[in-house]
Write a protein that binds this ligand. Sequence first.
Ligand code: ZN
Length: 183
Amino acid sequence: MLEKNDMDLVRSARAFARAKHAGQFRKGEAREPYEAHLAEVAGLVVGFGGAAEVVAAAWLHDTVEDCDVSAAEIALRFGPVVAQIVAEVTDDKDLDRTLRKRMQVDNAPKKSPGGALVKICDKISNIRAVADSPAEDWTLDRQREYLRWSADVVAGLPAAADVARPAFDAELARAAEAVAARD
Ligand code: ZN
């Protein structure tokens, strides 16, 4: 059971993320509101026993990367623990896509326990999207490449991600089958 303060933290992170991502949609053909991805990642983190700060960070994990939010604002509103986790799962958008993807593989082993849990849950959610509602402009090669890259990132995560590895592996296998069936 979360304490009241913990619930307040998660609630305010959820409200903040919903407001910031309002009007954004996932890439897939289903055109889900972006919030559905955040809810999925946060729900997975809860299911794997993540602490309140980790759940809050799950709600916020794309605000710095995809919204006009600074790391400093996250720290000010939600504290240094949440801000640190968000920073760990934020790509540097000044780098090109190939380099950003390389960095995710290279940086995976350096994640804190909270960062590792948010990262693997993010990957589970994104792989689920490739299985169920791939981006319309993604070729099958790009879908396959995305699955391979996700597996590389997850393979490098520290032990804190282990609790979620069976779920990731199952989702990866399902996504690979779905992509193969499109061929
Ligand atoms: Zn995400």
